[in-house]
Design a protein. Structure first.
Length: 140
């Protein structure tokens, strides 16, 4: 599912949802979230200040280059491994698109983040890549 948020208006309109591929959803995005199910929780203040587009891994891998070019994300975020694809495949696809922005992978636990980062940077050197490790939650 792709979410389109209209943050340009002063009215603070609620996000609209498209159940199918939605041309109007493919607009300038500050952040592109790929492969999160369910979507990471976003608080309203963050959502209201940031343009976010979310899509499934399949939608991303099937996305034509011209549609990606219209998104113009500053940041692409995905899990290290999703249902059918992994970060190396995402990075390769981003490189095919000519993307030179930031790509971040979110992990809960990964013994050697440097090894993963090195492999992906070698495969897609034009992309600013890094692994973001979520802090472990302390149980009270």
């Amino acid at each position: 599912m792709i979410y389109r948020h209209d943050f340009g208006s002063q009215t603070g309109a609620a996000p609209s949802k498209c159940n199918e591929k939605c041309e109007s959803a493919l607009l300038v995005a500050a952040t592109l979230l790929v492969g999160f199910s369910p979507a990471p929780a976003l608080s309203e203040p963050e959502v209201q200040e940031t343009k976010i587009v979310q899509m499934t891994t399949r939608q991303f891998m099937d996305l034509p280059q011209e549609d990606f070019a219209r998104l113009l994300p500053d940041l692409v975020v995905s899990p290290l491994i999703s249902d059918s694809y992994d970060a190396l495949e995402f990075a390769s696809r981003l490189q095919e698109f000519g993307y030179q922005g930031h790509y971040r992978v979110i992990v809960r636990d990964l013994p050697d983040t440097q090894l993963v980062s090195q492999e992906i940077r070698m495969a897609a050197p034009a992309i600013n890549f890094d692994v973001v490790k979520l802090a472990a939650q302390q149980r009270g």
